[in-house]
Design a protein around this ligand. Structure first.
Ligand code: ADP
Length: 618
């Protein structure tokens, strides 16, 4: 942040306000004080002069009255009126009076002046307006004039001279120098201004010092706020006193402490949440209130097969691929979960999305949390279970229906017929046996499905064991019907197996080979050791073969390429499924290769460790 310039600072404003306030106060005081002082001084000046003039007017009045009487009586020698007046004017004048003129009422002539320079005016008619006005009105009159020579202010006063009968006999025209009074006021004004300037200077300095005590903690707080913004909580504001600012600083320090605690709590919670999100297996996506993704954990990105960076701030509906069916508001109201079927033709992939709305107490929606689970496996198991129940019911119903119809026929009288009855009974017997086989197979599978299914292993010389089983089959088949070919090494190959289970595996595979072999076909039995780590057993026939598309499916429960044919041959559709379970339980693999019409080979492997038998047998 930029530093605040001095002229924009609070300190400057503080000082400015301070100075302006003082200035305004001084101005008001100055205007009132100087104005009053001027009025008082001028009034004093005028009253002292007019008092002086009053005395003068009185003696002038008397002198003039005396001379009027003398002019009426016989002539007595003595001083003339002008001389008497001149004599009065010479001694009774106040200091500031510059000139006093006496004007005769009747002749309107100047009959005396105190100013020796103006003696030539004596005897001349007065032209002064002020005097004329007084002579007419018998009233005192005054004015302020400017001296023509030096421009100084002069106070002029015209006073009527009255005789004892209050008749006007003349006028006194006084000129006084009032400039001194104004000069004095001006001097006082100047002293006042100088005082004001000094006061302002001192005030400004005091203001600066005083203001700094307020602004320093403030700028300290500003610095601390900046430090907090950068994550540094270690600073503390210095507390200068216990005033409001001091209390603010204390509060600020407390707030910093609380903020630090809150921040560390939030940070802790955030870390906890992010590790929970990172280590949970469910996918979690959080959105803002407009439905844009603000958080997505790694499992969610993996489940949706997207990168976290690209989906951030994208609408959740398009991230989940629900853009066409749902809006964000629909998701907010969704009470149940939504199934996201991302299955392709090749692979099933189903997700379940549960939604939880983040809401304030006021009901304001803040966002949405979506939790994703991969339910592909669950769905697959469920589907398999449904299929299995349907298959089992179907497999049991077929022989039962057949048996019922034969038994009905027998009950209706066929039992009496010696030709039909044994045939019918043999059919029902076959069907019963098939059902028993089916139930046995199912029991076998369910045993293997159970968790505590265990193999009873032992060391077996596999070549010998394999030959022994083939021998048993060879004895049962009609001579010449099918030929057996063995490619089994005579060396001892010891493997650790559950003999009964592998017997069953071989039994199921070989009986299929025989079942599907044509008349005179050959069945080849092979055994070899591969990579010193496993044995590969294969049984090939020259039968009908299996279509390429179905080759992997033959190991599924109840799967048959040709249902009718399998059933006719007494198959349950579980033989290879059981074989597969057993081979896998031995950590082996089982698969088929086939050419339609040419024949089929079923392979299976079992783990083998070279030299193991020597150790064990020694
Ligand atoms: P089934 O009891 O029907 O024989 P299996 O699980 O043993 O049941 O075999 C499943 C299906 O695989 C059979 O129905 C058959 O269509 C096919 N199959 C198995 N072995 C062979 C083979 N050797 N030749 C041709 N088809 C075979």
């Amino acid at each position: 942040m930029k530093k605040v310039g001095f002229f924009r600072s609070i300190l400057f404003k503080f000082v400015l306000i301070y100075v302006l306030l003082i200035l305004v106060a001084m101005q008001i005081i100055g205007v009132y004080f100087v104005g009053e002082l001027e009025n008082k001084l001028v009034a004093n000046f005028k009253s002292s002069i007019s008092d002086n003039i009053k005395v003068l007017t009185f003696s002038l009045g008397e002198t003039m009255a005396e001379h009027t009487q003398e002019s009426n009586t016989p002539q007595i020698d003595g001083p003339t009126l002008e001389e008497d007046i001149q004599a009065i004017l010479e001694d009774k004048l106040a200091n500031d009076v510059t000139e006093v003129r006496v004007i005769d009422y009747i002749s309107r002539r100047v009959i005396g002046t105190s100013n020796p320079d103006n003696l030539d005016m004596v005897g001349k008619k007065t032209t002064d307006l002020l005097v004329k006005r007084t002579l007419v009105s018998k009233q005192e009159d005054e004015d302020i004039l400017r001296d023509r020579k030096n421009g100084e202010r002069l106070w002029v006063l015209s006073t009527p001279i009255l005789d004892k009968q209050d008749k006007i006999i003349g006028a006194v025209y006084t000129i006084a120098d009032i400039e001194n009074v104004y000069k004095r006021v001006k001097d006082i004004n100047e002293i006042f201004i100088t005082g004001t300037i000094i006061a302002l200077g001192i005030t400004a300095i005091l203001g600066l010092l005083l203001g700094r005590t307020i602004t320093r903690p403030m700028s300290d707080m500003r610095k601390q706020a900046l430090a907090i913004a950068k994550g540094n909580y270690s600073r503390k504001v210095k507390v200068y006193g216990n005033d409001e600012i001091g209390q603010l600083a204390v509060t600020f320090n407390n707030m910093t402490k609380k903020l630090q605690d809150a921040q560390s709590t939030t940070e802790g919670e955030r870390r906890k949440l992010s590790s929970v999100l990172a280590y949970m297996t469910d996918g979690v996506i959080a959105t803002d209130r407009r439905g844009r993704v603000i958080l997505i954990n790694e499992p969610a990105a993996e489940l949706l097969n997207v990168s976290r960076e690209t989906v951030l701030s994208q609408p959740i509906v398009s991230v989940l691929g629900l853009k066409d069916e749902y809006t964000f508001d629909d998701l907010l109201e969704e009470k149940d979960s939504i199934i996201l079927d991302h299955s392709t033709q090749k692979e099933a992939y189903i997700l379940r999305a549960n939604f939880s709305v983040i809401q304030k107490e006021t009901g304001f929606v803040n966002g949405l949390i979506t939790v994703l689970h991969d339910i592909t496996e669950q769905e697959k198991i469920e589907e398999e279970r449904r299929e299995f129940v349907a298959n089992v019911s179907h497999e049991l119903r077929t022989p039962l229906t057949t048996m019922r119809s034969y038994l009905e026929a027998l009950a209706e009288g066929a039992w009496k017929d010696e030709n039909i009855a044994p045939n019918f009974l043999s059919v029902t017997q076959n069907e019963t046996e098939r059902m028993i086989r089916l139930v046995n197979d199912l029991l076998q599978l369910s045993k293997m499905d159970s968790r505590d299914y265990k193999l009873t292993k032992g060391w077996v010389n596999f070549g010998k064991f394999f030959n022994h089983i083939i021998d048993r089959f060879e004895m049962t088949i009609e001579k010449g019907h099918i030929t057996f070919k063995r490619e089994i090494p005579s060396t001892e190959i010891f493997v650790d197996i559950d003999e009964d289970k592998i017997t069953q595996v071989l039994y199921n595979i070989i009986s299929n080979a025989i079942k599907y072999s044509p008349e005179g076909g050959q069945i080849t039995f092979r055994l070899k050791v591969e990579d010193e780590s496993r044995i590969v057993v294969s049984i090939s026939d020259q039968g009908v073969g299996i279509p390429k598309n179905n080759i992997d499916k033959i190991f599924e429960r109840f799967y048959r390429v040709d249902k009718a044919r399998s059933r006719n041959l007494g198959g349950t559709g579980l033989g290879l499924a059981i074989a597969k379970e057993m081979v896998v339980a031995h950590n082996g693999k089982i698969w088929a290769e086939s050419k339609e019409g040419k024949g089929t080979t079923i392979f299976f492997t079992l783990p083998y460790e070279a030299g193991q038998e020597d150790d064990d047998w020694s």
